[in-house]
Design a protein around this ligand. Structure first.
Ligand code: GLN
Length: 447
């Protein structure tokens, strides 16, 4: 009730939540209390959490930040939601605002309006999980779910002074998580600390036969290594992450974090990710290609928005999609269908897939000489609302440090590492495949 009251008071200004349902939340809280009283609860039973509005939750409006799904009530739970509400006993506070279909780095493409960064309400919270980040930063929720296709957990965590984790691709089920770019999408936790993220990942991760890319591996306790000392840890610094293009204030905070890690017993090694300058171009071919295919299901027939006036069936499709999708989503569908079309496929999509392989190989080579890779999460602190929203290329370039991790399928985190001009700076930690427990350890010892 404390969080619900804060949401009622502060959300009209911050706009972090799209949907709140007091009755549902209080009913879940009462059920959790009963489990705790009966001694059948777990570590997270009764803990409130905000859910990114990309996760289907039965009986909850699930909009994905779009007019297309503004009135869509999900008929089933995403696996992540089912695990949280069921086994773990977490209590959902509501559904958080996001860039439309998770396309964006500022939360400004949402049909439900931009989210304000609680650190400076004239600035963006980052995106696409901007509502989740702002909710935690404004103390409207202690934790939240996010999804990360090209940085959408890590970048908003960085801009709002939070800890966020994108797991290895395949660790968290995508079932019921509305698809943006299926080969890159991965759900994960956002919270105030690595320890909280570890507990949340315990509740989210696990094999799911309903997701064909879910990995069937033995269950892990992601808290197990939190307290391990860092002596002997080899931290790789990719020279491409420390070249021009990053704000001086961000770089100063990152350099200070490196010194702190050295004090904690880590050694620093220089590594190189020679193809990282190709990661933004490759990402902005592959992600729109997959999106154009995934979003073809929003046709006005089965669910979601349908244009009120139309002639033929084709006219209904066209009007529904013209009216239901916002500008950024249309841009991505156009790019995606273009790069996949006959005659252009080899020049764009196939090339991007080849680059993707080179990028993944770069990481594998780098991990031969280090245990984790470190760098900035975002080249700048939170930018002003409207500052980049009219220039897509500038917006896409803000993903420069995050998208390679998704192309490679690796786990990545952002943790707070100080301030530049009063605004939070995020430190990115990248692990090798299935290195979540180690990453959380490296993050936790810093905090
Ligand atoms: N900013 C990136 C994009 O717009 C990443 C978004 C995401 O991770 N969902 O595609």
């Amino acid at each position: 009730a404390l969080f619900l009251d804060r949401i009622a008071r502060l959300n009209p200004e911050i706009n972090a939540f799209i949907t709140v349902d007091r009755e549902k939340t209080l009913a879940m809280a009462a059920a959790a209390d009963q489990r705790l009283a009966a001694g059948t609860g777990g570590a997270l039973t009764g803990i409130p959490i905000a859910q990114k509005d990309i996760f289907c939750a039965e009986g909850w409006t699930t909009t994905c930040g779009s007019k297309m799904l503004a009135n869509f009530v999900a008929p089933y739970d995403a696996t992540v939601i089912a695990k949280m509400h069921g086994e773990a006993g977490l209590v959902s506070l509501g559904k958080t605002n996001m860039d439309e279909f998770a396309m964006g780095s500022s939360n400004e493409s949402s049909h439900f309006g931009p989210v304000k960064n609680p650190w400076d309400r004239a600035r963006v919270p980052g995106g696409s999980s901007g509502g989740s980040a702002a909710a935690i930063a404004a103390r409207l929720a202690p934790a939240a779910t996010g999804t990360d296709t090209g940085g959408s957990i890590r970048q908003p965590a960085a801009l709002c002074n939070l800890t966020g984790l994108k797991p290895t691709y395949g660790v968290v089920s995508r079932y019921g998580m509305i698809a943006y770019a299926s080969s890159l999408d991965q759900g994960g936790p956002m919270a105030g600390s690595a320890e909280d993220c570890a507990l949340l990942l315990n509740a989210m991760a696990g094999f799911d036969s309903r997701d064909s890319t879910s990995l069937d591996r033995p269950a892990e306790d992601y808290t197990r290594d939190l307290e391990q000392p860092l002596a002997g840890l080899r931290i790789g610094l990719p020279k491409e992450f420390f070249a021009a293009g990053c704000d001086a204030g961000v770089m100063a905070a990152v350099q200070e974090a490196i010194r702190e890690y050295e004090r904690l017993g880590a050694t620093v090694v220089d590594v190189s990710l020679p193809n990282s300058h190709l990661s933004v171009p490759a990402y902005y071919v592959i992600a729109p290609a997959e999106a154009s295919s995934n979003l073809s299901r929003f046709d006005g027939v089965r669910y979601g928005y349908r244009a009120p006036d139309y002639g033929s069936l084709d006219d209904m499709y066209a009007k529904t999609r013209a009216q239901g999708f916002g500008g950024e989503v249309k841009r991505r569908i156009l790019i995606g269908t273009y790069v996949l079309s006959h005659g252009y496929y080899d020049a764009y999509y196939l090339q991007a897939q080849r680059i993707r392989r080179l990028i993944a190989d770069d990481f594998t080579a780098a991990f031969a000489s280090c245990d984790v890779i470190l760098g900035p999460t975002s080249p700048s602190t939170a930018f002003r609302l409207g500052e980049k929203s009219t220039d897509p290329v500038q917006m896409y370039l803000s993903d420069i440090y995050t998208v390679a991790v998704n192309l490679a399928g690796l786990p990545g985190m952002s943790i707070p590492c100080g301030f530049a001009d009063g605004l939070p700076v995020g430190l990115q930690l990248i692990g090798n495949y299935f290195g979540e427990a180690r990453l959380l350890n490296v993050a936790h010892r810093f905090q």
